[in-house]
Design a protein around this ligand. Structure first.
Ligand SMILES: [Zn+2]
Length: 235
């Protein structure tokens, strides 16, 4: 292996570390996005529960109004019954009282059911409100942890990148450019040694003539099989 190739392999080591750090940085954002989605879902569930409470409260007020009217109707008819003397008028008042009592019984039953349902719904509002607060707490914690992770990764990235640039100065320009072209397409290892007379990455054999040139001059060749840069490890 020539000193140029050795220098290029040093650069490649740093590039692989850089890809790894970049991948870790890219993985941070989806964690926050997932939490944000959870939070939106929890917010919607809370809003829905609150709307259900409002709707049931409105029904409750309507039933209470009707109940009040029917109780007044009953009281009026009972008063009337105390005053009338004619049997027909008394019968009419009693019929009114029966009718009003039937309404009152229905409405009282409905109010009982509404009261039960409202208690359940208010309970669910409390639960969902707590769920939203819990997600907000986790979001804050996660954001803080991610910020710490991000800062550490960015610091590491800056340091490795600076190393990489200084090592790249030891590599001849055309070799570095060729390497950069291949690695930008692959975004992973771009330089492989020959294993015997074949590419160590894909096992495609190198033509005899090119193999002997590589051995004697230390040049690098593109693999015809997979397109990586090949160097002769021994010789
Ligand atoms: Zn290959």
């Amino acid at each position: 292996m020539t000193p140029d190739v050795a220098a290029l392999l040093e650069v490649q080591n740093d590039d692989l570390r850089i890809y790894d750090i970049e991948d870790k940085l890219a993985a941070l954002a989806p964690r926050l996005a997932a939490l944000e989605k959870d939070r939106r879902r929890a917010d919607e569930a809370l809003t829905q529960a609150k709307q259900q409470v409002e709707a049931e409260e409105k029904r409750q007020r309507d039933v209470q109004d009707r109940l009040r009217q029917h109780r007044e109707m009953r009281d009026k008819s009972e008063n009337l019954l105390g005053q009338v003397t004619a049997p027909r008028e008394a019968a009419a008042a009693m019929a009114q009282i029966d009718q009003a009592k039937k309404f009152i019984a229905d409405e009282e039953r409905e109010l009982d059911q509404l009261g039960q349902r409202l208690a359940d719904l208010r309970h669910s509002v409390t639960d969902r409100d707590n769920a939203v607060k819990e997600i907000e707490r986790v979001q804050l914690e996660t954001r803080a942890a991610l910020d710490t992770d991000r800062a550490a990764l960015e610091k590491e990235l800056a340091s490795v990148s600076a190393d990489r640039e200084s090592k790249a100065k030891d590599v001849p320009r055309p070799m570095l450019q060729k390497y950069d072209r291949i690695r930008s397409k692959r975004r992973s290892t771009a330089v492989f040694p020959l294993r015997g007379k074949s590419c160590a990455h894909c096992d495609t054999a190198i033509p005899v003539q090119r193999h002997s040139t590589m051995l004697h001059t230390g040049t690098m060749e593109l693999c015809e099989g997979c397109g990586v840069l090949l160097y002769a490890a021994e010789g």
